[in-house]
Design a protein around this ligand. Structure first.
Ligand SMILES: [Zn+2]
Ligand SMILES: [Zn+2]
Length: 802
């Protein structure tokens, strides 16, 4: 019992006093007076970080709190105590981290804290031998990951252009004038668009990929056209990668201009003080963006391009969002900085009015960094439909409202028009946090995922597999390579009206509005309209995803249990940390149908594909799960509790299913709900379905007319080559041929009778001539089927010999 927290019972004996704490508190504070500590993380500016390292080395800073950045590189020879806040993910990390102490051969003390409620920590607490020894899995990296390979192709391309990039992104862009275009400088465009550069990059990339010794052709996304396309797109992607910087810069610039105007306007004297502060803040932001401090700054060009995913990079947040943290007053903006977080985390951590802790202080994310357009800065929004039955996403520029889900066929609600893709934010210092804010923070935001499989060459990139035992099907698995994943923030979980989604935004101040703030504004307006926007923030990324749909009946409790069992067992089998694998119930936890699993880092270790494609992998995980859930993996007998524990685990405990992160599900978890399923799964081999004709199926589905479908069947039955795309929009030509062959650069038009009209045929001729001039082979078929064989023969280099 915790003697410190026991309330003294009325009239009873005084609780036993803990002698240790008694003497601790009686010690004069003098001994602690010098006990200072400081953070050492990637979030601290490089210059400051080095200062702290020096102070720590010299002993004037007695304690340093480090993130894994300290694991590598920094060497402090007379360090003799290391305290690990958690059990490291693998013995290799343990060796690295603990090895920071005792570098000059002196004895060293290493303490490892095993957190209550953290499965990983508790597992190793009971098995300390495995924490420091045992087999170390080879670090895994998924070489067949599209984004990873693409970034390496970009790196080759950049080196072929012969451009050494300046330290600041600002030096790449046209910065002249009051409202700079921020377009790429023409000095860069010339080498970027050089044909020789493209050709040489292609050669080197082919060679590099051949040398990898990995068959990328089996990945579903890789092909020679993919490579050619990636090289061709490199200049455009480079340009796009500069966009986050541009947004931050434009926003700071507009803040500067607006407040300049206020300062110059004597009639606005009452606003001067605020304007002076915002003006100074904008100036600092511009400075941080223009002159990054050293290679470790988030805005150092190469590092920035890596974080945007354009170049390879492994050690820091990819595709981050930034939060501007104002420096302390009097310090003349010296401490101002931008914090970066991976966008999936930033959605909540930098969410509307979220509290951000940094360097020992509290900040509130009160404002959205959005470039002003004119007087106000309305947030740009998009429209999308998320299937409430399966979580599938329907969005995109040309996505008209759909009635039914593309993935599962369930009816869809009308599109939500007010989805706002989260951008970077600005914060302000907060001294105090009220108790209702504290409560709101504790329950957090209601965040749900939506996903959409990638489309390549007209085909939906997903692999379906069925894991079955003799008794029948067990799990339906759908694996998607580089699927689009949205995380959507619907609002605070404890909001008053659960049907009211999203957050109020004030386009005049770019700030989030509380309900109270909104009322105040309405009152102040005295009946006039108040500009306000209600938006639902989301972030987007691509991930390899695995959907698990049980073929046996499981209720919400069973689904929650299966999700936790699979997640914990996969982490154990592949030595992943709790934070490296995300699991979620779709469409939501109240009525779940599927379990969505994705690796938290882009690319990741390729674990999810392994489960589908490697024979035996699923069985290994099932056996690990049984062991974890206190069942004998061979007989299935109930072992009642974990080996070290004494109390019987009735339904779930922190040794099996419960973790700190799944507290919302604790009441539902029951290891017996999934025992039979896991036992059956031990021998189940996922058999991959489909293949072969799915491409034809996808093409047929994309057809705009029966004539086109007939033409496809004619082609297929004659053994000819099928098009790579259907209904592909040709960039820059506003033409949408019925079919395209990417490799042969050929476009096919299937003309129904209405193309015979005089206006239409003249238009057709003009468009097709333009396309031919642009280098495409244009092939037209008309509705007279008897002419088709001759046309196919004439273009055998496109359609194949048949
Ligand atoms: Zn659906
Ligand atoms: Zn248990």
């Amino acid at each position: 019992m915790d003697a410190l927290r026991v309330v003294r019972p009325q009239g009873g004996d005084a609780p036993r006093v803990n002698a240790f704490f008694l003497s601790l508190y009686r010690q004069p504070a003098a001994e602690f007076a010098d006990l200072r500590g400081a953070e050492h993380t990637a979030q601290i500016r490089a210059e400051e970080r080095e200062k702290r390292e020096d102070a720590f080395r010299a002993g004037t800073l007695p304690a340093m709190f480090c993130s894994p950045t300290m694991e590598l590189g920094v060497d402090i020879s007379d360090l003799n105590v290391v305290h690990l806040r958690n059990v490291p993910p693998t013995p290799a990390n343990y060796a690295q981290r603990s090895g920071r102490a005792g570098r000059s051969g002196q004895p060293a003390l290493v303490m490892t804290y095993a957190t209550t409620g953290n499965n990983h920590d508790q597992y190793f607490f009971r098995r300390p031998g495995l924490m420091v020894g045992g087999s170390v899995s080879t670090p895994r990296i998924e070489l067949g990951n599209e984004a990873l390979v693409r970034s390496h192709v970009h790196a080759l391309w950049l080196s072929e252009t012969g451009q050494k990039l300046p330290p600041s992104v600002a030096e790449l862009l046209d910065m002249t004038g009051d409202e700079p275009t921020l377009a790429l400088l023409s000095d860069l465009l010339t080498p970027f668009q050089d044909e020789g550069v493209g050709r040489r990059t292609l050669e080197r990339a082919r060679q590099l990929i051949a040398d990898l010794g990995v068959d990328l052709n089996g990945t579903g996304w890789y092909s020679d056209e993919w490579l050619a396309y990636t090289v061709r797109q490199a200049p455009r992607e480079f340009d796009r990668a500069c966009d986050r910087w541009r947004d931050l810069y434009r926003s700071a610039l507009s803040q500067l201009h607006l407040n300049n105007a206020v300062l110059a306007d004597a009639g606005k004297r009452h606003l001067q003080e605020q304007a002076r502060r915002l003006h100074a803040e904008a100036n600092t932001q511009l400075g941080l963006l223009r002159s990054p401090d050293g290679e470790r700054s988030d805005f150092y060009t190469y590092r920035y391009l890596a974080s945007e995913g354009f170049l390879p990079g492994y050690n820091f947040a990819r595709l981050p969002l930034s939060a501007y943290i104002p420096g302390r007053r009097n310090a003349k903006g010296k401490n101002d900085s931008y914090l970066s977080r991976p966008r999936f985390l930033a959605l909540s951590e930098f969410g509307p009015n979220a509290i951000v802790y940094h360097n020992g202080a509290k900040y509130e994310a009160h404002k959205v960094i959005v470039p002003a357009r004119g007087e106000t800065s309305e947030l740009p929004t998009v429209s999308a439909q998320r299937c409430e039955a399966c979580g599938y996403l329907h969005h995109g520029a040309d996505a008209a409202a759909r009635d039914v889900c593309e993935n599962c066929g369930a009816p869809l609600a009308p599109p939500r028009p007010n989805l706002f893709r989260m951008t970077s934010v600005a914060t302000r210092r907060r001294e105090r946090i009220g108790s209702d804010e504290e409560e709101r923070r504790r329950v957090g935001f209601e965040v749900k995922s939506g996903l959409r499989f990638a489309t390549r060459g007209g085909t939906t990139d997903r692999v379906q597999a069925e894991a079955a035992a003799q008794t029948g099907p067990l799990l339906h698995l759908t694996y998607g390579d580089g699927a689009t994943l949205w995380r959507i923030n619907y609002g605070w979980r404890n909001r008053e009206n659960p049907h009211e989604l999203g957050f109020l935004f004030d386009p005049e101040t770019s700030q989030w509005l509380s309900a109270v703030g909104y009322e105040r504004k309405v009152k102040a307006a005295g009946g006039r309209g108040v500009p306000v926007q209600r938006v639902i923030p989301y972030v987007e990324d691509t991930r390899n995803v695995l959907l698990v749909e049980p073929r046996v009946s499981l209720d919400a409790a069973g689904m929650a249990t299966l999700m936790s069992a699979l997640k914990n067992a996969i982490q154990l089998t592949y030595q992943l940390e709790d934070s490296e694998l995300a699991a979620e119930l779709l469409p939501d936890s109240a009525a779940p149908r599927q379990i969505l699993l994705y690796e938290a880092s882009e690319g990741g270790a390729g674990v999810l594909g392994d489960l589908v494609f490697r024979s035996g992998a699923l069985g290994e995980v099932a056996r690990a799960a049984l062991g974890l859930l206190h069942f004998d993996p061979v007989s299935g007998a109930d072992l009642n509790h974990a080996p070290h524990a004494t109390e019987r685990c009735v339904a779930a405990c922190y040794d099996c299913l419960m973790t700190y992160g799944n507290q919302g599900f604790h009441a539902l978890l029951d290891r017996f709900l999934v025992r039979e399923l896991l036992l059956e799964l031990r021998g189940a081999q996922p058999s991959v379905q489909g293949g072969g004709d799915t491409h034809l199926g996808d093409l047929l589905a994309a057809c705009g007319s029966d004539l086109e479908r007939e033409w496809l069947h004619f082609l297929h039955e004659g053994g000819r080559r099928l098009p790579s795309h259907a209904q592909l929009l040709v960039p820059d030509h506003y033409a949408r041929p019925d079919f395209a062959y990417a490799e042969q650069a050929a476009l096919v038009f299937i003309d129904g009778p209405h193309h015979d009209g005089p206006g239409q045929s003249a238009r057709d001729a003009r468009v097709r001539e333009d396309l031919e001039l642009a280098g495409y082979t244009v092939i037209s078929f008309n509705y007279d089927r008897s002419t088709w064989p001759a046309q196919l023969a004439r273009y055998a280099f496109v359609f194949g010999e048949g």
